[in-house]
Structures are given as C-alpha cells and as structure tokens.
Design a protein around this ligand. Structure first.
Ligand code: HH2
Length: 283
C-alpha cells in the first residue's frame, strides 16, 4: 500500500496502518445522525472527540446524500462548512477532507484549511479536477449510479464489480490526465446499488486494489446493513457496521469512513493485527 502525499509534504501513512476517516456531518437531514451536529460548535466538538478516539482523517460534509435528499445551494453549503473546516483544520491535528461535489465549495474549503477533497461524483463538476490539480491535494473518487435524489430508482448492473471498477479506472485516468497525482478510489456503498450489489462489492473489494489506488470503504450505518439484519434502524447498526469494516480491511481497504470512531478504530486494529500476524520464531 502506498502512502498518500498531502500538499504540505506530509503523508497519509497508509502503508503503516489502515486509516479511520471520521464523519463530521453539518447537515440538518443526514441519514444517520440527522441534525445532531448541525450547529458549528457541536460539529467541531464532535470532530475533536473523534480525533481523541483514533480518527486519522476528518471528513466534513454539509450536503446530505441520503437517497431522496434535496440538493443544497453552494452558498448555504459554504455557510455550514467553512466555520467547521477552519477550526478543525487548526485544532484537529489530523487532515481534514471536504465532502462536496462542487468545485466552488471545495475551493473555499481548501482555502479554509481542508487538505483532501472527497467527491462522491468523481469529478462531475467540470472545474473540480483542475482545482484539485492546481492545489496539489489528494482526491477520493467515488462511484455513484444516478444522483442522490433518484439513485435508488433504476439499479441494474450486469456485473457490478466490473462496472464500478471500470468507472473508477476511467475517472482515475481522467484525474491523472488533469494533473492530479494523489488519488483514492471508493466503490460507493449505497449509492445506486441494491442490497445484494453492496454485499457483492464488499465481498470482492480486493479486486479494486489491483487498480493501484488506495481503496476507501464507506459502509458505516448504511441501509444495506439494516436491511440484511431485519430492518434495523440506523442507531442499531453498530455490529453490522463492525462486520462490514472487518471485511473491508480484510479485503484490502486502506481507509474506512465511519461514524463510530472509537469502536471502529478497535475493529480496524484487531483485523490489521490478524493480517500482519507472524508465528513467533518463524522467518
Ligand atoms: N457516503 C456518504 C457520504 N459521502 N463519501 C465517500 N467517499 N464514500 C461514501 O461511502 C460516502 C461518502 C453518505 O454517508 P453519510 O455522510 O453518513 O450521510 P449523509 O450523506 O446523509 O450525510
């Protein structure tokens, strides 16, 4: 696993350990922690607490992407994001990524101190790749079918792993052609995928690592977990999330994007220890 270089020359040491990306939602309608961290100071406190709990990256987002969510205007997104990004960038001791699909919002967040862009549309905004290349920051490219409002309505794949993989390969090539050097890829659990598609993607996550980019897995508290365990509500998906995070790490994920940092840090470290284990005395 190669490390990812940030624009200040520091590294995301993915070769050293699987990174836990803590989710900071500054949205009134987020699917999993809807509105709890909507005001800036609670979002900041929540982010700082996640660093204490072992987060390696904080991912700050202000537009809910849950199925059926409505889009947020750029000025509103910035109004929510920037106060949180600027304080966390100063105080958090870990890199802050901005979860946005808009280049103008990404630019403002980078100016406020974010050092990674997490784009669930993999650069659909025509200005996005140019901005990221110019600022020399890493990007997370995610696969999504359709757009959040409509994504669960037409979900047909003939081979979900091959199709998602080939999309990410193409977007990564486009990002490189635009001059972006540090790229992470993400199959986009829950984004335009049926429950079974998500399960297959998780079971075969290893196949994405052969593209040569670090793989990000964002399964935390998602609907396919609730559905698999008998319609469990979002606040009862911790064990299911732990199972998916374990499998993601066992199948080669370099970064897991999670809400429950304390618990998932332990899950990640436990699975990593097993994967690295050598018999005492063995060569
Ligand atoms: N999932 C969500 C948002 N951003 N980014 C990446 N790279 N991968 C993901 O799987 C991913 C993502 C949705 O989760 P959440 O942020 O909890 O909810 P909401 O979109 O309602 O804010």
């Amino acid at each position: 696993m190669k490390d990812v270089r940030l624009s200040d020359g520091s590294l995301l040491a993915l070769s050293q350990r699987v990174h836990v990306m803590g989710i900071v939602n500054v949205t009134p309608d987020s699917f999993s922690d809807g509105g709890r961290f909507f005001d800036a100071s609670s979002a900041i406190d929540h982010g700082l607490e996640m660093v204490e709990e072992g987060a390696d990256i904080l991912d700050v987002g202000a537009e809910s992407t849950r199925p059926g969510a409505s889009p947020v205007q750029a000025d509103e997104e910035e109004r929510r994001l920037l106060p949180v990004v600027s304080v966390l960038a100063e105080k958090a001791r870990v890199p802050v990524s901005v979860d946005t699909t808009k280049a103008s919002v990404a630019r403002a967040a980078l100016d406020a101190g974010a050092t990674i862009v997490n784009d669930i549309t993999a650069g659909a905004d025509p200005q996005m790749f140019g901005l990221i290349a110019e600022r020399r920051v890493p990007v997370v490219l995610m696969h999504m079918r359709g757009e959040p409002r409509t994504m669960q309505t037409s979900v047909v794949y003939s081979d979900v792993v091959a199709e998602v993989r080939s999309f990410l390969e193409q977007r990564a090539a486009a990002a490189r052609a635009a001059g972006i050097e540090e790229i992470l890829i993400d199959p986009g659990f829950g984004f335009g995928k049926l429950r079974e598609h998500n399960l297959v993607l998780l079971g075969r996550l290893r196949e994405f690592t052969t593209l040569g980019y670090p793989v990000v897995a964002g399964t935390s508290r998602k609907t396919f977990i609730g559905a698999t365990l008998g319609d469990l509500p979002v606040d009862e998906r911790l064990e299911g999330t732990a199972a998916t995070v374990s499998l993601a790490v066992a199948n080669g994920a370099a970064v897991v994007r999670v809400h429950d940092v304390r618990a998932m840090r332990r899950v990640v470290d436990m699975v990593s220890a097993v994967m690295e284990a050598k018999e005492p005395g063995a060569q």
